[in-house]
Every structure is written in C-alpha cells, then in structure tokens.
Design a protein around this ligand. Structure first.
Ligand SMILES: NC(=O)c1ccc[n+]([C@@H]2O[C@H](COP(=O)([O-])OP(=O)(O)OC[C@H]3O[C@@H](n4cnc5c(N)ncnc54)[C@H](OP(=O)(O)O)[C@@H]3O)[C@@H](O)[C@H]2O)c1
Length: 241
C-alpha cells in the first residue's frame, strides 16, 4: 500500500478501555493505528496485542497533560508518518461520586487538565497533520453527562459530577468551535457519547461493552465526505447538547 492510500489514526489513552477497542476496530478496518498512551510499557503492550491481531500498530508516547510530551508526539507523527487522518481524543478522567457542593477547584482543575486542556493541547499540536489529510476526522469522547439539556431537565435523574460533567460540556463546546473554524474544509470534528460502558473509569459498573461503546466513535472517525461536522452523537444519532 502506498503512503497516500494509507490512513493514519491516532488514539489517545489507547492502552485500555474504549481507547484500546477503538484502536483495535480502526486497525481491523485497515488503518495504521498510532496507539498512544502516557505509560510506555502499557502502551507498547497494547501495540503488541494489536499487532498479534494483524493490525499495523505503532506506539506513540503521549500524556495529554504534558505539553512537552504532546509536542514530541506531534513531531514523532510528522517525522514517521507525515500526516494524520483521524484523531480520537479519548483520554479522560473522572472524579469520585461527590456532591457538586463538595467539589473543590483543585479537583475540578485536575479533571479539566485532562478532559479539556489536554484535548486543546493535543488537537492544537495535531491540527497541521490533520489538515495535511484530504479527509481529516476528529472525534472527541464526550458523555451524556456533559449534556446541558439533560442537566437542565430537573425531572429526569442525572448523575451530578460537577467537574466531569462540566468538563464534557466544555469539550462539546470545543467540538463546535473547531467545527465552525474548519467548516467548508475536509476536516470534520464531532463529539461522541459511547453510553455507560464497563471500564476502569466506572469500576466496570457500566452496562455496555467496549465493543458497543466504540461503535459511534468508529462511525464518526470514518465518516465520508458528506458526513456531519459539529455534532454530538450516540450510535442512534444526534444527542441534545
Ligand atoms: N466508560 C464510560 O461509561 C464512558 C462514558 C462516557 C464517556 N466516556 C469517556 O470515554 C473515554 C475513555 O474512557 P474509558 O471508559 O475507556 O476509561 P478508562 O478505561 O479509565 O481509560 C481512560 C484512558 O485515558 C488514559 N488517560 C488518562 N489520563 C491521561 C493522560 N493525562 N494522558 C494520556 N492518557 C490518559 C488512561 O491511561 P492510564 O491507563 O495511563 O491511566 C486510559 O488509557 C473518556 O474520555 C471518558 O470520559 C466513558
């Protein structure tokens, strides 16, 4: 396969959970997967597993909260692959289940550093590589918990994680603003909500499998040129912001 026929997909936090499954699914579709992780040994182990499934996988060290690591990752991708076709901003953290009134700014700052500022750092660094693609796709791993419409409806139950939920609402706002900037270009930017998926994030309490959760992410990462941009989707379609 020539370099122009290959497609390169970078997934953050690809060493476990949804990120690993998204990397696996994109790899099985024939993409070259740049499986990134902050921890080298966990990341290289994932890459080994992906390769055993016949996937063209490569490890990229990337801690989304560390600017030096993000810059080094972008330089690595530029040097080795020359462009990026897909960026999945998957890395994310959550806080313990405490009341909004008990949430400190220090806690919120820690969550935002990964879920919001980490996405800005990574996207900012990777955008020149994505713009070098003739079909760049960015998928931001959001959550239904980030939906302001759901939070605003006091008649429905809603888990009130102040830092996490507001970080995902902020992430959705990032999606909209990047999408607006790049409207009319090949680059598409969307938010995905995978549902409540059993992973380490929720001590495997989630009711869906990673295979199910990854579906919408893979769909948005592989949109054709007529696909949407600036949307918030689950696997059944648009979700209220
Ligand atoms: N599970 C759900 O029900 C659910 C629902 C809605 C949205 N989501 C979102 O889906 C995404 C993936 O979640 P998950 O459920 O798969 O969680 P997970 O199993 O806990 O995986 C989170 C991943 O993010 C990585 N990560 C955390 N901080 C990072 C950093 N600073 N730099 C790079 N990587 C970092 C973790 O790496 P380490 O192994 O090094 O910690 C891990 O690979 C998150 O954005 C989450 O908010 C999940």
């Amino acid at each position: 396969m020539s370099d122009t026929e290959r497609t390169y997909a970078l997934v953050t936090g690809a060493n476990k959970g949804l990120g690993r499954e998204v990397a696996r699914r994109l790899g099985l579709r024939g993409m070259t997967v740049l499986a990134s992780a902050r921890d080298r040994s966990r990341g290289t182990q994932t890459v080994e597993e992906l390769r055993q499934s016949g996937i063209d996988a490569h490890f990229v060290q990337l801690d989304v909260t560390d600017e030096a690591s993000v810059s080094a990752a972008a330089e690595h991708v530029a040097r080795e692959f020359g462009r990026l076709d897909v960026l999945v901003n998957n890395a994310g953290v959550v806080e313990d289940d405490i009341a909004p009134s008990a949430t400190t700014s220090a806690l919120a700052e820690r969550i935002y550093r990964t879920n919001v500022f980490g996405v800005i750092s990574t996207t900012h660094a990777m955008l020149p590589l994505l713009r070098a693609s003739d079909a760049g796709r960015v998928v931001n791993l959001s959550s239904r918990l980030g939906s302001l419409a759901k939070a605003a409806d006091l008649t429905i139950p809603h888990r009130a994680l102040l830092a996490y939920n507001s970080s995902k609402a902020a992430l959705n706002s990032l999606t909209l603003h990047y999408a607006r900037e790049f409207a009319g270009t090949p680059l598409k930017v969307n938010s995905a909500t995978p549902g409540y998926v059993a992973t380490d994030l929720n001590d495997h309490q989630g009711t869906r499998t990673v295979e199910e959760g990854a579906r919408v992410v893979v769909t948005l990462a592989t949109l054709d040129k007529d696909g949407p941009t600036g949307g918030f989707f689950d696997e059944d379609g648009p979700v209220a912001w």
